[in-house]
Structures are given as C-alpha cells and as structure tokens.
Design a protein around this ligand. Structure first.
Ligand code: FES
Length: 81
C-alpha cells in the first residue's frame, strides 16, 4: 500500500470529500455535471478518473492508479466466465 493517497483535485484545491458533498447536495452523478459548474476537474484532468470512482464507490481517497487497476481487471478472462 502506498503512503500517498489521491484525495483531492489539486487544480481546484478541493478535497474529494468536499466534492462528494457538493455532488450530493446538487444531485450530481457525473464528472461532467461537476465540471459544468467549474467545481473540479477543469484543469489538468488528472483527478477525473478518481472523481468518477468516488461517485461510483463513495470513497474519497485512493491508491495511485486505483481507477486504472480497477479498469484493468475488467474483461479479464476470469470475469467472462
Ligand atoms: S487535479 Fe483536478 S483538474 Fe487537475
């Protein structure tokens, strides 16, 4: 386990916990809705897959690459059976 966890949109200086609360208050369920409000994810975009994962799981801190690790398990032969 990494000592470093991804837990914020650096470009907007917003913790994922704050983004999660804002999404809940506004009934948003997609990164695009948050971006349309210029709330997060409009800078470098590196946080976008993590925010996507946050909206899906409710978690607010992730191992670096967690989104990609999750995606890489999709389509593995064992899941197709
Ligand atoms: S870290 Fe979120 S847009 Fe750059």
């Amino acid at each position: 386990m990494s000592r470093f966890l991804v837990s914020k949109c650096i470009c907007h200086s917003r913790e994922f916990s704050e983004i999660k609360e804002y999404a809940k208050e506004n009934n948003f369920s997609s990164v695009e809705e948050l971006q349309a409000q210029d709330f997060c994810g409009c800078g470098c975009g590196l946080c976008i897959p993590y925010i996507d994962l946050m909206l899906e799981t409710g978690e607010t801190a992730f191992e670096p690459g967690a989104y990609y690790k999750k995606k890489s398990t999709k389509g593995m032969p064992s899941e197709d059976r």
